[in-house]
Design a protein around this ligand. Structure first.
Ligand code: IFG
Length: 559
């Protein structure tokens, strides 16, 4: 069918001709590869005209691994014989062996669904036999660490080895990226899909130990199922912490049995006045379990003493000013609320809340917020935060605070805003040994618009497109003592976001950019290379049914 160019403007016709020439070149290249030119496609030799892409080679993994090479030869094709085999060794603790079997089951299920292949799980079989071997190998070098892994593949199979189950899990995420994008689909892919893993050798481990994303469930409430969907997206990119912003002026989102008003009153609403919600203990523990199975640690945040309008609506006795307050509060102003910074009642309250949240949280961290307190003195603020910091330590957890908490001696500080000398305070705290999680608002706040005209999000910290989210170095945002920065986190505030679809649009494609800054070696960071790998992820999100912004700064392949 002749492609009509009549009616196109002269300029458009020129563009069209150029595009046609480029398309023919690409197809020509593809045909040349399928005819055996370049490295052989799957099955080696000429074979049928393989898709131009051929098996995904190791240079397409996001986040970029420490090292990855793609060999020659046919690679490994999944067949009805393919099994996932675990080898945990005679000395592995029973708990670890059980975890490895669970990881094998997760992987097998993820492979069965789109391939339609049986993919058995063979526990403690011969991991070198046909198939995909998951090997717990404590003899791997110590620098492999808890999350490092080694992945090799050839015609006989794929082998992932690691010192811990977590490392094996990270390796399985890489394996998914070495398979066609249809692997992410919820249903069986089209017949004829070549389920082939290229022959690769990957040695990998993360740059930073803390690689997080935050979901603000206070401004707009998200159900446990929706939070699980958020976790699925983070797990694809080896993110290992989920920070839940559980409390704010518009809502309190976690049930505290000894303080029933927090949820009976404090959870009823959200921004724009739509119904709110909260997590029961069981809901929260289900989120924690789901996150743990994907090796994400949940970091709960109880924001104190500010951002506490919902607390004061629930327990007015905790408000020194006894001022009338908007309730439900459905706006998005900040800084107008604070708990009484002194008095037995307020610290009895914080102790009960901290004890309950600590009881429900297996992870080491408990975030106490500390941001945007404008109605008490800095001495009152510091006194309050020091008390709450001590309560968290007494509950057996490591306190985390936004960087405003630096003068109060909080040991882990999340950097978001250095204005007004806050960066100097943070530097001084780091000199005293405080650790820093980097969340510079102008680079990592995923609620910032992509560009001024973008319909969702805010702009107070500037606009952030995929390139801006990627082209910075967490070690060089502030001048801090070496080793102060323990990682990076991407906060997603939800004043303007009310559905999982809207979360996806803000998360993708910028989350993988931030995940790469957290995982990949500094030497691997290169926007021109990354944007091409990022472009390949679009087909996986399409297959997975994830919404995302096809941003112009990313060279997406034609659909
Ligand atoms: N700053 C506030 C958040 C949220 C954010 C929106 C922090 C630590 C602006 N505090 O970021 O509650 O309103 O971009």
């Amino acid at each position: 069918m002749p492609i009509r160019t009549a009616g196109l403007s002269a300029r458009a016709r020129g563009v069209f001709v150029l595009a046609a020439v480029l398309l023919l070149a690409a197809v020509g290249f593809g045909v040349q590869r399928a005819a055996g030119g370049g490295d052989a496609g799957p099955g080696g030799g000429a074979g049928p005209a393989a898709a131009p892409a051929g098996p995904r080679t190791a240079d397409r993994i996001v986040p970029a691994p420490l090292s990855a090479t793609t060999g020659s030869g046919p690679g490994y094709r999944l067949t009805a014989r393919t099994a996932v085999r675990t080898a945990t060794g005679p000395d592995a603790p029973a708990q670890q062996a059980q975890e490895v079997r669970r990881i094998a089951g997760q992987l097998a299920e993820a492979l069965r669904r789109p391939t339609g292949l049986p993919v058995e799980v063979v526990a403690d079989g011969d991991a070198a036999a046909d198939g995909i071997g998951l090997l717990l190998d404590p003899a791997l070098p110590a620098e492999t660490g808890a999350e490092g892994y080694r992945l090799t593949s050839d015609a006989t199979g794929v082998r992932i080895s690691a010192r811990t189950p977590e490392g094996l899990y990270r390796g399985t995420q890489t394996l998914r990226q070495l398979l066609p994008p249809q692997i992410e689909g919820p249903a069986k892919a089209a017949d004829g899909t070549e389920w082939t893993v290229a022959p690769v050798t990957v040695e990998d481990r993360p740059r930073y130990a803390y690689r997080g994303a935050m979901l603000d469930v206070a401004r707009h409430f998200f159900t446990p199922a929706e939070v699980k969907g958020f976790i699925d997206r983070l797990a694809l990119y080896k993110v290992n912490h989920l920070h839940l912003h559980l409390t704010d002026d518009q809502g309190w989102r976690i049930e505290i049995p000894s303080r029933p008003e927090l949820t009976r009153v404090g959870a009823v609403s959200e921004v724009d006045g739509t119904p709110g919600g909260f997590y029961t203990a069981a809901d929260y523990q289900e989120i924690v379990r789901y996150a743990q199975e994907r090796y994400l640690t949940v970091v709960p945040e109880i924001d104190l003493p500010g951002h506490s309008n919902a607390v004061l609506a629930s327990y007015p006795e905790l408000d020194c000013t006894r001022s009338a307050r908007p309730w439900p509060y459905t706006g998005i102003e900040v800084g107008f609320s604070t708990l009484c910074p002194t008095g037995d009642a307020v610290f009895a309250f914080t102790r009960e809340v901290i004890a309950e949240v600590a009881r429900l949280t297996p992870g080491p961290y408990l975030h106490i917020g500390g941001d945007e307190v404008k109605t008490i003195s800095s001495a009152e603020y510091a006194g309050f935060v020091q008390q709450v910091n001590a309560q968290v330590l007494a509950a057996g957890k490591t306190p985390v605070g936004w960087n405003q908490a630096a003068p109060a001696g909080v040991g882990v500080l999340q950097y978001w805003d250095g204005r007004g000398g806050r960066d100097v305070e943070l530097g001084q705290a780091a000199e005293r040994g405080a650790k820093v999680i980097m969340s510079p608002s102008g680079r990592s706040y995923l609620d910032m618009k992509y560009e001024k005209s973008y319909p969702l999000g805010l702009v107070w910290a500037g606009t952030i497109d995929a390139r801006h989210a990627y082209t910075w170095d967490p070690d060089n945002v502030l001048k801090l003592p070496a080793g102060s920065v323990i990682g990076i986190e991407a906060p997603l505030w939800t004043e303007t976001l009310d559905t999982p679809y809207e979360l996806d649009l803000m998360l993708l494609p910028r989350l993988p950019a931030l995940a790469e800054l957290g995982w990949s070696p500094k030497a691997a960071l290169d926007w021109d290379g990354f944007k091409r790998r990022l472009a390949e992820e679009g087909a996986r999100w399409d297959a997975a049914g994830y919404a995302y912004e096809r941003r112009p700064e990313v060279p997406w392949p034609a659909r």
